[in-house]
Design a binder for this molecule. Structure first.
Ligand code: ATP
Length: 682
């Protein structure tokens, strides 16, 4: 051990001691609070009879205040204990212009030493910590609330401290964290997504800390860290705007419950609370007030995988286009201008001229169309009352209330939706049968019309919306999101990882709905070895992808004479995996039916089947579909049944790409008969 290492070890011990002291101080404070709380409660109990209402309210408030302070102390203790395990991961020695250099230690949380009255560890989200992510040695600068601070970085050091022990430290002079990053990526996967604070890259940091964008769209290749970055961005925003935004004010729209569970650890690991999450279908059910049965996205994709139905594809394609949204908007203008056939209205001896009704109708142009009639009717009633100089009878009032809407051609949203297809001359594109579930492609179009025609309450309490897997949502869905969530948004995904090529949205398409969006593109891929990335590239080439220099075994494609032998090989693979030291093996099939068959054949302790009904991500061996595996990752992936017969269409190809890009270290594909043409030859 050299002198520097010795010094650092001693410093670590010093910090741990201070952290221990701080924990003891919090403990004493908590004990004191509980004692005071107990005394207060006892006092109230004993003196209840002599207290008036004001005394009681005051006592209640003081108890609540004490409990709140107590909770704060408990949270602080949790943070301190966590810091005790791994107090910091980085250090920079920064000399602001004209001043001496000082060491800045950076950790998951900050630590302010009360005795020294000094910050000994800076939170990774603090302004000064951005120096660690953005600069190498030499001139550097960071933004502070009062302006830019310029200076020089004389030293940059990284640490791996686990269970309070310094495992290694490394001075970086030129490379941005490369060695540490390599070590992190070579590790076996955890059962949940983990935080990446120690190795956030410069371009990722820019996304995490962006405060200006009202809508941020992140288009990144498979494994580029989109989901990780988005979650760190949330943690950053919670820190930066802690006075105004809390975890409960943020909403994640996630593709399914397993994914939600998979990512659920990241924010608590960063000391933040759990963020509420909602699936698109749940949102739809809520917006439709559970009045309609509808097909889910998973059902739609399954139907596409099971059989080729040209008419079904045509319907999906049309409803996923930007033109569909434009035509819906044009239709709304059209009905506003032509479906209100105004006639004069006679009430008793009073005649209300058509022009009056028309003018009132126009004056409410900001009100959703179908809600205007009631307002116009009120105006007409007032007009008649003034003209006749008397109160109206109940019958007259009702006649006006019915007469005005009758001047409009259609009154309910499903009828208008059907009418829209007649208007565009494509009635065959709507399959709407009473008593049958709505097709998924119609769900958000119907919601959009409801918003525009009837108005729907927004989710105004949400201050930031996070949408993952953006490629799976269509322009109409984004139009709904933009009207329901009037807050800032982070939207991320990868157009190459679409499970439905007929409804995929690229960053460009999303930009058309949100012209104000800041679009960031990420090309560096962190998840898979170079060999796996190169293999997946053959399925869906992207010349811009930059795989990280990390090697592993070449993916294996093996043909078996029979299905029995193929399954036997998979059984063998599971046995080998169990002794390999890896944490997770994903056996990823094309359809749920195939996954169920594989599960039946391979069922064993520690082997789990994940379906669209599952809610938890499980460690060990998971058998599932590509659709459900999207967003997840595994140490090892096996893709069975990759025959030419099984993988033929564009939808199949997308599934194959998703399945292969889930692998971090090892990828195996198996088949009987001819292999699919999507795979590299030989
Ligand atoms: N800066 C980083 N340091 C360490 N690991 C990183 C970094 N960036 C990404 N990773 C790792 O790369 C893997 C992929 O990250 P993530 O799942 O966030 O990517 P993604 O772009 O959302 O992937 P996909 O779209 O393919 O699901 C994860 O294991 C993540 O921890």
């Amino acid at each position: 051990m050299n002198a520097t290492q010795q010094e650092e070890k001693e410093y670590l011990e010093e910090i741990k001691e201070k952290l221990g002291l701080a924990v003891r101080r919090v403990d004493t404070a908590v004990k004191q609070f509980s004692e005071e709380l107990r005394q207060k409660k006892q006092y109230i109990h004993e003196n209840q009879s002599g207290m008036d209402e004001a005394d009681m309210v005051a006592a209640d408030q003081s108890i609540n205040r004490m409990a709140f302070t107590g909770e704060g102390a408990v949270a602080r203790k949790r943070r301190l204990l966590k810091l005790g395990q791994s107090p910091y991961f980085g250090r920079i020695d920064f000399a602001p212009q004209g001043q001496a250099a000082a060491a800045v230690y950076i950790g998951v949380h900050s630590f302010f030493d009360e005795q020294q009255r000094q910050n000994l560890i800076y939170d990774w989200r603090a302004p000064i910590s951005s120096l660690f992510y953005d600069f190498e040695l030499g001139e550097a600068a960071y933004a502070t609330p009062s302006g830019t601070m310029e200076g020089t970085i004389g030293l940059k050091r990284q640490y791996k401290i686990r269970d309070g022990r310094l495992e290694f430290m490394l001075d970086s002079d030129v490379n941005i964290h490369d060695d540490v990053l390599q070590q992190e990526l070579a590790k076996s996967s955890d059962d949940k997504m983990k935080n990446i604070v120690a190795t956030i890259q410069r371009d990722q940091n820019a996304v995490i800390r962006n405060e200006e964008a009202t809508v941020m769209v992140i288009q990144g290749v498979a494994g580029s860290g989109k989901t990780s970055i988005a979650l760190h961005r949330i943690a950053f925003l919670l820190y930066r705007y802690r006075e105004t935004i809390q975890a409960k004010d943020i909403l994640i729209i996630s593709p399914n419950k397993v994914f939600a569970d998979y990512i659920s650890n990241v924010l608590p690991e960063l000391g933040e609370e759990h963020i509420p999450e909602l699936g698109m279908e749940e949102l739809a059910a809520d917006l439709l007030e559970n009045r309609y049965q509808f097909q889910t996205f998973f059902d739609q994709v399954s139907a596409l995988l099971e059989h080729h139905d040209a008419a079904f594809i045509k319907r999906i394609r049309f409803k996923s286009s930007f033109e569909f949204l434009s035509q819906l908007n044009q239709y709304l203008l059209h009905i506003e201008n032509t479906y209100f056939t105004v006639r004069e209205l006679r009430v008793g001896r009073t005649v209300v001229p058509a022009a009056f009704i028309q003018q009132k109708f126009r004056s409410y142009h900001r009100v959703p169309l179908l809600k205007r009639f009631a307002l116009v009717a009120n105006d007409v009633r007032a007009q008649v009352r003034d003209a006749a100089g008397r109160k109206l009878t109940g019958q007259e009032k009702a006649a006006i209330g019915e007469g005005i809407p009758r001047m409009f051609k259609l009154h309910n949203v499903p009828d208008l939706y059907r009418d829209f297809f007649r208007w565009v001359g494509r009635p065959e594109l709507l399959k709407l049968h009473p008593g049958q579930p709505l097709e998924y492609a119609d769900v958000f179009a119907l919601i959009y019309l409801r918003i525009r025609l009837e108005g729907l309450p927004g989710y105004d309490h949400i201050k930031h919306l996070l949408v993952d897997e953006m490629q799976d949502y269509t322009p109409v869905q984004y139009a709904v999101l933009s009207r329901i969530f009037r807050c800032r948004k982070t939207i991320l995904g990868d157009v190459s990882q679409t499970v439905n090529p007929y409804s995929a949205s690229s960053a460009e398409a999303i930009e058309r709905v949100f012209p104000q969006a800041d679009v960031v593109r990420l090309y560096r891929s962190y998840r898979s070895t170079i060999e796996i990335t190169a293999f997946a590239q053959h399925i869906a080439p992207n010349p811009n992808i930059l795989p990280l220099e990390r090697h592993g075994p070449a993916p294996m494609v093996t043909r078996y004479p029979t299905r029995q032998e193929e399954l036997e090989a998979l059984r063998q693979l599971i046995t080998t995996f169990k002794t390999s030291g890896s944490h997770s093996l994903g056996i990823i099939c094309k359809t749920l039916e195939q996954a169920e068959q594989a599960y039946e054949a391979l069922e064993a302790p520690g082997v789990h089947l994940l379906t669209d009904e599952s809610t938890k991500f499980k460690e060990g061996v998971i058998i599932t579909t590509a659709h459900l595996a999207k967003g997840l990752e595994f140490d090892e992936v096996a893709v069975p049944f990759v025959s030419a017969r099984n993988y033929t269409t564009e939808v199949d190809k997308g599934m194959l790409y998703i399945a292969c890009t889930r692998a971090m270290h090892r990828l195996t594909l198996t088949h009987t008969n001819e292999p699919t043409a999507f795979l590299p030859a030989g």
